[in-house]
Design a protein. Sequence first.
Length: 112
Amino acid sequence: MTKKKETKLIKNLQLAMLEAGLNQTKLAKKLGLSVNSVSQWLSGKANPKISTLEDIAKITGKPVNYFFANSNNNTIGNNNSSSVQNMEIELMKKDIIILKKEVEILKAIIKK
């Protein structure tokens, strides 16, 4: 298993998706791309094109430079480490929910 390449872009994309209530499937659909494309970005195997990043910014309500800023500067209001940790916990919870749904879908497909 390869370790996930954590970058500012990945972390901030995850946070923007969380705040916008988007999972990989929903974001891919809004962009007119495959879920695999979004998965590649989030795993650090590929980066979105600038034009795609502009579309992501519009969809999530963030400026393009948000995706390259330090995540500590992305929280509105309280920028202390506690608020960053809380956002990271919420992101992990969201990831768990998404993974559970994906497992349910795979189980349903296998049963067919």
